[in-house]
Design a protein around this ligand. Structure first.
Ligand SMILES: [Zn+2]
Length: 473
């Protein structure tokens, strides 16, 4: 009997990894990094629960690190098979994994220098060489095209919205002449989102593995464009600079797109937008290379090239970045990291936060303990680069840009599933969110929905209607 084992994102939102075994073959779906609490992060260092050399293939849903961050390690530990992903995911994975390798190297060097580690020396999870080796194994599969893996497995991708290149993976398992269909949702985006397309509703399957990041939440109905227009107008009326910390892949492109839209619609006169992040510039080029993968092409917004538009200034070098210190409003600076946990945005904060004409606009989730969260919570002074920085600038929060469907949108995504699956496994959510979504799926759809624990395995029945539920091992 095919077997499915949950090796990440079980009752938590990071570390997505699922092992499928059938007919002596093995496929791993996603292999993401655990992020957040130390107890979780330590799992990144644990020996894998399977022999990577005996895994036939890895199927990736999208490029966020919590879905691909353990891949270089698996390759280092002996995995040699193909790693399947969509074409944009391959391009984005390279810049994200190289960036992660670079940050880990810096962290390890810092810990070693300060003697803050019990390990001698502290090491990164993976380095640039590991990333290069993993990249050699990536094979692209476009949305909708069936891909054979071997005699036991095949799969195809469907658009999941969420992020450029993000997909759900429908896996077909063949064993003893019988087929079982398992749909892995990946991360499901919002309907009517900025730039990303609507997620394709889930198809029928024998089993569904469904994310639940916002399984107990409803996103507020607010116009992102209206909020942004208000913030820009107020800041510019003061002659200030709008500082936007943004994740370099996804959020930075959405922000440029939204501001271009405000100008194109005549709601604001054109103003300079400075993108101060080499990674955001690289990612924007990848967005532009796949014009059909998003709702709107970044190549041709308002009839001109966005990247080479008169009002968009790209800054790659440190000198170019530092030259922005003398910039006067009205203007916008987009820089990363998104949670103000590092990167060039910190030096812009040091420059801009002490002046009341400026605005800092938070555009995404800010984890507890980050500078972004402290500012949102109303800090009047913050520590940056060992100095105290008074906060006189306005701090605002742009709501409604979440990359994840809320509970109602997940039910809408599931509305295409007519025939009851044998089971729905609810993953990629904190326990309360996962339990809430599982309960709602049971209540509203009558499907058997459960929240697997980390390491839990299930035997999967073959296809057909109304079969037995999964057997807990
Ligand atoms: Zn994601």
């Amino acid at each position: 009997m095919p077997r499915l084992t949950f090796l990440g994102a079980a009752q938590t939102v990071t570390g997505s990894q699922y092992l499928l075994e059938a007919a002596g073959r093995r496929v791993v779906v996603d292999s993401g990094m655990f992020q957040g609490e130390k107890e979780l992060r330590l799992r990144n260092w644990a020996a894998p629960e399977f022999d990577p050399a005996r895994v036939d293939a890895i199927v990736l849903t999208h490029t966020h690190l919590d879905h691909i961050g353990r891949v270089p390690r698996l390759v280092k530990q002996g995995f040699r098979g193909p790693i399947f992903c969509t074409p944009p995911t391959k391009d984005l994975a390279e810049i994200l994994l190289l960036d992660a390798a670079h940050l880990q190297k810096e962290d390890a060097e810092y810990l070693n220098r300060k003697g803050l580690t019990k390990h001698t020396p502290a090491l990164p999870l993976f380095d640039e060489t590991d990333v290069r080796e993993a990249m050699e194994l990536l094979r692209t599969v476009p949305l909708g095209r069936p891909q054979e893996v071997n005699d036991a497995f095949s799969f195809s991708y469907r658009d999941a919205g969420h992020l450029l290149g993000a997909a759900s993976a429908g896996v077909t398992v063949r064993e003893d002449g019988r087929e079982t269909h398992i749909l892995f949702s990946g991360d499901v985006g919002r309907f009517d989102a900025v730039l990303t397309k609507d997620p394709e509703p889930a198809p029928e399957a024998d089993y569904l593995v469904v994310e639940s990041t916002y399984g107990n939440r409803t996103h507020p109905e607010l116009s992102v464009l209206d909020q942004l227009e208000g913030v820009l107008k107020k800041t510019f009326a003061r002659g200030g600079v709008l500082l936007i910390p943004a994740f370099a892949v996804g959020r930075a492109q959405q922000m440029v797109y939204l501001m271009d839209q405000l100008v194109t619609e005549g709601r604001l006169r054109a103003f300079p937008i400075h993108v101060d992040s080499p990674m955001a510039i690289d990612a924007t080029r990848i967005y532009a290379a796949y014009p059909d993968a998003s709702k709107a092409s970044l190549n041709n917004i308002g009839g001109r090239s966005l990247l080479h538009g008169k009002w968009i200034k790209l800054h790659r070098t440190r000198a170019e970045s530092e030259a922005l210190n003398t910039l006067r409003g009205p203007a916008v600076i987009i820089s990363s990291s998104g949670m103000l946990s590092g990167g060039r945005i910190l030096h812009h904060c040091r420059q801009r936060l002490p002046h009341a004409e400026n605005t800092l606009l938070i555009t995404g989730y800010q984890a507890v303990g980050t500078l972004g969260r402290a500012l949102l919570d109303g800090a009047t002074s913050v520590r940056i680069h060992k100095g105290d920085v008074p906060v006189l600038a306005e701090v605002r929060d742009l709501k409604g840009l979440s990359g994840h469907a809320d509970a109602g949108e997940m039910m809408r995504w599931l509305s295409g599933v007519g025939r009851a699956p044998h089971a729905v496994f609810v993953t990629h959510g904190e326990p309360e969110a996962a339990q809430a979504l599982a309960a709602r799926i049971g209540r509203e759809r009558g499907f058997e929905a459960r929240v697997p624990a980390h390491g839990e395995s299930f035997d999967l029945a073959a296809g057909g209607t109304g079969g037995p539920g999964p057997e807990v091992l």
